[in-house]
Design a protein around this ligand. Structure first.
Ligand SMILES: [Zn+2]
Length: 433
């Protein structure tokens, strides 16, 4: 994720909490976030059927969670679900008991679950979330605002509209069925496997084919047209735009296909998902977010050819695309290892700039990154790989560490190591020793 402010990128800090009673420490600083959150089941599949009442910010959902116990016997299950109003919870079509506090719900199974089997619970609920999902412009009486619904799950905000185990250390297949006004487009992760008219509504059914962490579940709803392109490898690229901003498409999405082809060649591992979409939204609080197969970005980047010289989407476009490998396909186990996502996305963003803007441009970026890193070192000696490293270390400094590594071991060896790393840990969690 990128968060631009006064031409600097600031990192969103994450508040992960852990149920563990011990902590591991593999760096020279004490970092409580090194220990992943414990969980007693392995989530495998999430199917959400959802509709909305946008004027009152209401989410009406039914989520089916399929999981396998990680212990020989499991008799209860805790799910993150702050301020979610539960109607009922079913397993095998029978209601099961649950208790609820401000942060979540605990399900109590009538019989202990065994780790030889997988189980599905379905939760019927509604909520009025203030985080995770945002309703834009639905009560604008002057009709100046666009009307949109969009989500921002990172770090732990999707729990505010979907009850589930909301942590980066468990990956699952996700599937969203959305019922919405037929005049609007709906985008979510993965393939659109069904689109059906339901009177004044359209039912959109999206499914991703490989597991990803739930903070990358996304929705983007609004009035859009789509520019469809195809990468050299055959991957469909769907570039969403506001119909009244069609004249800006070529400048806003400049180099989108070219950088996709370049990164597949440079990383030497095929793009790990079935398709890639990008969607601008109004009032986004960060720069962009690398949701799996569907990057969402602030429409302030959607500029015409004149404004392109002052602000443009090229670097952010490359950074979020690189995250599809580094962050989405392989994901940091906890926030302590977040540099494995941000430093890599930053470095490959710089590499895209080098490819298309030249070595001088890259050298200037590298000089600025090094200056920032040295300045940061005057404040403290925190490592890149810790949860409180700060934005400068996780973004430009970590990128420079990778550049230095490439210089030391040589380009061929560096590229081989990255390929091995990505292939070995594809669709898994990673950490740094
Ligand atoms: Zn990022």
């Amino acid at each position: 994720m990128l968060w631009p402010m006064k031409n600097k990128f600031f990192l969103l800090t994450f508040c992960l909490f852990t149920l563990s009673v011990f902590s591991q420490n593999r760096t020279y600083v004490k970092d409580d976030k090194l220990t992943p959150r414990e969980h007693n089941v392995d989530m495998q599949h999430l199917l959400l059927d959802v509709s909305f009442e946008p004027k009152i910010g209401k989410v009406i959902g039914n989520v089916a969670l399929t999981f396998t116990p990680l212990l020989s016997r499991v008799d209860s299950l805790y799910l993150d679900a702050p301020n979610i109003i539960i109607h009922h919870i079913l397993m095998d079509e029978k209601e099961i008991k649950f208790s609820q506090n401000k942060k979540g719900i605990t399900l109590f199974f009538t019989k202990s679950l065994s780790w030889e089997n997988s189980y599905t619970v379905t939760i019927d609920y509604h909520c009025f979330p203030r985080k995770g999902i945002y309703f834009i412009g639905w009560n604008d009486e002057q009709n100046l605002s666009r009307k949109q619904i969009w989500t921002q799950g990172q770090g732990i905000d999707n729990r505010h509209w979907i009850p589930h185990y909301d942590e980066m250390n468990d990956k699952l297949i996700t599937e969203l069925i959305v019922h919405f006004d037929k005049d609007y487009k709906v985008l979510s992760n993965g393939n659109l496997i069904d689109k059906t008219e339901e009177g004044d509504l359209t039912k959109w059914h999206y499914k991703i084919t490989s597991p990803h962490p739930s903070y990358l579940i996304m929705l983007g709803i609004g009035e859009y047209d789509i520019l469809e392109k195809t990468a050299e490898s055959g991957t469909p690229l769907n570039l969403y735009y506001y119909p009244d901003w069609e004249s800006r498409v070529s400048s806003a999405y400049r180099l989108s296909k070219e950088m996709f082809d370049y990164l597949e060649r440079e990383i030497d591992v095929p793009y790990p998902w079935e398709s890639y979409a990008q969607i601008p939204v109004q009032d986004f609080m960060y720069g962009a977010m690398e949701n799996t197969t569907a990057t969402l970005f602030g429409d302030f980047y959607f500029v015409d050819s004149v404004s392109f010289n002052d602000i443009n989407y090229v670097y952010v476009n490359a950074h979020e695309l690189a995250h599809q490998w580094f962050g989405d396909c392989i994901t940091s186990r906890t926030s302590s290892h977040h540099w494995l996502q941000e430093s890599f996305a930053t470095y490959y963003g710089y590499m895209v700039e080098k490819e298309f803007f030249g070595k001088n441009y890259f050298d200037n970026t590298r000089r600025k990154a090094k200056d920032k890193s040295l300045k940061e070192a005057l404040k403290n000696d925190n490592p890149v790989a810790c949860s409180f490293a700060g934005g400068v270390r996780k973004y430009p400094k970590g990128a420079m560490v990778l550049d230095m590594l490439k210089y030391v071991v040589g380009e061929d060896e560096y590229r081989k190591a990255i390929k091995h790393y990505l292939e070995k840990h594809a669709y898994e969690n990673v950490d740094s020793e």
